[in-house]
Structures are given as structure tokens and as C-alpha cells.
Ligand binder design. Structure first.
Ligand code: ADP
Ligand code: MG
Length: 438
């Protein structure tokens, strides 16, 4: 299929903010521009919370953007676009309908006569490899088969544009891979009754495996940061050197961008009170430091390889790497994560020594935690309410980020034994043996 020059869909200067109760609105998308041509598979790659689903809802016409415009074949649209069908991460099947009935739903809405509905329904079910399961109910099917039903339901209307929101992420690894390759095979053979596909993913390999073009999304607010063309012919080989190189490059791009996009662009050790902290567990951090210190990495790892050995995705590994960098225990550079001296020391230390290293890192690099501890040291009763810290954070960030930041500070500080926290009273206190006599 050749890309034609007249755009199928254009998103122009789209902006989306959500109203948040008392404080400022949450800006999710800012100045997003996307053009889709016929005959291409385009990926929207970004971390969770970057606004990918929001953009997909705008593209489908389900959500009217706060500002900007969506054009469908040159004409602005203000409601569901004709010729657009969507596949959801959660399958979204009706449990009381059979496979055939679920698939025919889209056609019913279009007023297609019964006989034709049946014929097209069967054809879509056959195409997607579910022949023989027409009268089964969703609960009788595996996750992979359910998602095939989701695909058949979208394909049955022969949409010009197929939208997919993380369609494989609820499936196990093998099932997801089978479905990806089946879909790409059908696409390459020209058997899919669609002109273009726009798919959202947070999985870099998936994007490189399937897409002709990848739009890398930044977070907070979401914007298209870069566009990458994937020149490889289908079927693609994940082990191919050029394929690996592209995955690595995109990792590097996303790690480089991760700091300015998510955290203020400050070097480790120069974090302000207003720096959001991501809810990252100390257990995971300890595991990551150990894995990094041990062979085959010996202190330095390529992020994709590391993600593979920890069975994590970019989405999950990056916040961990950022946390290590923030604490001076690791350094992110060009797609690699490297242990710092302190990080290496931590990995080889016993539990008490680890807590002490972590406590030092927190006091040195996380002003919020340092402030909580200082307040406790200064108070005669060594207690402090969490409320004032939450309020102070909310002056600098959205209530959601403030809450995450506070929760993270609490769990890190507790692990390092810098303070105790009473959930019920929402109060910090010092352990008995930390209290000085005066
Ligand atoms: P992604 O799909 O990339 O994970 P989303 O588009 O789902 O991102 O969400 C982006 C941000 O917008 C998140 O911070 C999310 O909490 C917020 N958000 C999404 N939908 C709504 C809504 N209806 N009201 C308020 N906030 C929302
Ligand atoms: Mg989403």
C-alpha cells in the first residue's frame, strides 16, 4: 500500500486541559500536531500519563479538544468521525453477547441489513483467526482471543483509520507477539480492510516492530517531541542489528528527554523543594542496584538489556533510573544506566549500611525529606503534621503530583529510618532513639 499525499487526518495545534477542583487546570496536551496519510502505520510512543489516550480520543472525535482542530479528509470534525474505528486495551466486549453479535455491533449502528451483517461479521471473524468461535461468549475465550474479537469488531466496518490504544498490553508476552505478527502479516498482504493505523504504545520494541513512523511523545504536557521513520520491510527481525540500534536510539532519546519533561532540568544533587518525586519502591531500587552491580553488567547497562533482565518496560524502568540519578546513586547517559561510587557501595553493603547510605542520599539530594527531618529535630515533641508539607508542595505542583511526591517521601524516609509516619494522624515523628535529650 502506498501512502497517498492527501492527508486522511490532521490534528492541528491541539491542546487539552482537564479541570482540577480548586487549583489550576491540568494541562495534558499542548500544541500537538499530527498528520496521517493513507497506507501507513503510525505509532504514538510515550510514557504512561503523557496524554496518549487523550489524543486518541480526540482523533476519534469522542473528545472535543480545549483548543485546536481535527480535520478528517480536509474537513473539520466536531463529533465521531465516519470511517474511524477503535480497539481498546481492555477489549471492551459485551459479556452477554456472542462473538458474532459483538462483532456485528458496529454494523448494526450503521443500519446494515441483517444478511449482510452476518456475512461481513463472519468474514471479519475468519480473517482474524477466530473461525468456529462465532457463537462463543467472551468469558469462554482467552485474553488473546478476546482481543481478536475487539479487532474483528473494529475491522468489520472497514474503517479508513483503525485506532488502537495499547491493544497488546493486557496480554501475556507470547500471545501479544502472536497477535502483533498476525496483524502485520495481514497488513503486508493487503488483507486488512483499513487504509491506515494509528496505534498508541509505551513499548519501544512494539513500535519499531510494527510502525512506519513513530511519534515520540513527551510528558507533562504531552507533545510530539520527535518523529522517527522506520525504514525496515516487514516481516521485521527483532535481532537484526539495525533494529536493535533503532530501539537503543529511541531509548536514548526517551531517557534524555525524560529529565526535562518529568523533572525540572537540574543536575543530580541540585533538586528543589518543588521537584516531583515518582512513586518508586525502595525494594525495586535495591533490586536494580544489585542487578546493575552484578555480572554481566558490572556497573553499567544498556537500558533495553536491563529492562529485559528485570522484565520491565521502558515505562517502568525510566522512573527507577531517574530516582537513582536524583539520589546520586546512578547516572543516566545516552541510553545507559551507570552506577555511581555510592551506588556501587550500596550494592555491596549489608542492610544497615544500605539504610545509612540511602539516608545520607535523601538528606543531601531531596530537600523535602531534609526539611521534614529538620523540622522534627527542631520541635520539642519531635512531631510534625503532613498537612503543611502537602500544602507547600501544592503551591508548586498539581494536587496529584503533590500527593505522589509526599507518599514517595514518606516511603523513602521510612525505609531510611529518617522518621516514622502515623497514617491515621497524618503525622511525622522521630523514633525514640533518634531523639536527643534536650
Ligand atoms: P496515557 O494514555 O498516555 O497514559 P492519558 O491520556 O490517559 O495518558 O492521561 C494523561 C493525563 O490526563 C493523566 O495525568 C490523567 O490522569 C489525566 N486525565 C485523563 N483523563 C482525564 C479526565 N477525564 N479528567 C481529568 N484528568 C484526566
Ligand atoms: Mg492510555
Amino acid at each position: 500500500m502506498d501512502a497517498t499525499t492527501a492527508p486522511l487526518l490532521e490534528v492541528r495545534a491541539c491542546r487539552q486541559s482537564y479541570h482540577k477542583d480548586s487549583s489550576a487546570d491540568l494541562l495534558v496536551l499542548e500544541d500537538v500536531n499530527v498528520t496521517l496519510l493513507g497506507g501507513e502505520i503510525v505509532g504514538l510512543l510515550g510514557r504512561s500519563g503523557s496524554g496518549k489516550s487523550t489524543l486518541l480520543r480526540i482523533v476519534s472525535g469522542l473528545l472535543q479538544p480545549t483548543a485546536g482542530e481535527v480535520r478528517w479528509r480536509g474537513t473539520p470534525i466536531t463529533g465521531p468521525a465516519p470511517g474511524v474505528a477503535m480497539v481498546f486495551q481492555s477489549f471492551a466486549l459485551f459479556p452477554w453477547l456472542t462473538v458474532q453479535q459483538n462483532v456485528e455491533l458496529g454494523l448494526e449502528a450503521q443500519g446494515v441489513p441483517r444478511a449482510e451483517r452476518e456475512k461481513r461479521g463472519e468474514a471479519a471473524i475468519d480473517l482474524i483467526g477466530l473461525g468456529g468461535f462465532e457463537s462463543a461468549y467472551p468469558k469462554e475465550l482467552s485474553g488473546g482471543m478476546r482481543q481478536r474479537v475487539g479487532l474483528a469488531r473494529a475491522l468489520v466496518v472497514h474503517p479508513d483509520l483503525l485506532l488502537m490504544d495499547e491493544p497488546f498490553s493486557a496480554l501475556d508476552v507470547l500471545t501479544a507477539e502472536t497477535l502483533r505478527t498476525d496483524l502485520i502479516d495481514l497488513w503486508s498482504e493487503g488483507k486488512l480492510p483499513v487504509s491506515s493505523i494509528l496505534m498508541v504504545t509505551h513499548n519501544i520494541e512494539e513500535a519499531v516492530l510494527m510502525c512506519d513512523r513513530i511519534l515520540v511523545f513527551s510528558t507533562n504536557p504531552g507533545r510530539v517531541e520527535s518523529e522517527i521513520r522506520v525504514p525496515f520491510a516487514h516481516p521485521r527481525n527483532r535481532h537484526d542489528a539495525a533494529f536493535r540500534q533503532m530501539v537503543d536510539d529511541i531509548y536514548a532519546l526517551m531517557t534524555r528527554r525524560a529529565r526535562p519533561a518529568v523533572l525540572p532540568a537540574v543536575p543530580a544533587g541540585d533538586v528543589t523543594f518543588a521537584t516531583p518525586l515518582h512513586p518508586v519502591s525502595t525494594n525495586l531500587l535495591a533490586g536494580l542496584l544489585e542487578t546493575l552491580a552484578a555480572p554481566p553488567y558490572d556497573g553499567r547497562a544498556d537500558l533495553p538489556a536491563l529492562a529485559g533482565s528485570l522484565q520491565l518496560e521502558a515505562d517502568e524502568l525510566l522512573p527507577l533510573g531517574e530516582a537513582l540519578q536524583l539520589l546520586g546513586l546512578g547516572v543516566l547517559e545516552e541510553g545507559d544506566l551507570r552506577l555511581s561510587e555510592r551506588g556501587r557501595e550500596y550494592a555491596h553493603a549489608d542492610t544497615d549500611r544500605r539504610k545509612a547510605i540511602f539516608a545520607d542520599a535523601l538528606r543531601a539530594h531531596v530537600p523535602l525529606i531534609a526539611a521534614i527531618r529538620r523540622t522534627l529535630d527542631e520541635r520539642w515533641n519531635h512531631r510534625a503534621s503532613a498537612v503543611r508539607f502537602r500544602e507547600e508542595l501544592e503551591d508548586h505542583m498539581s494536587p496529584g503530583y503533590a500527593e505522589d511526591t509526599l507518599r514517595t517521601a514518606i516511603s523513602w524516609g521510612r525505609y531510611a529510618e529518617l522518621f516514622e509516619y502515623d497514617e491515621e494522624a497524618q503525622q511525622f515523628s522521630l523514633e525514640e532513639d533518634h531523639q536527643t535529650a534536650d
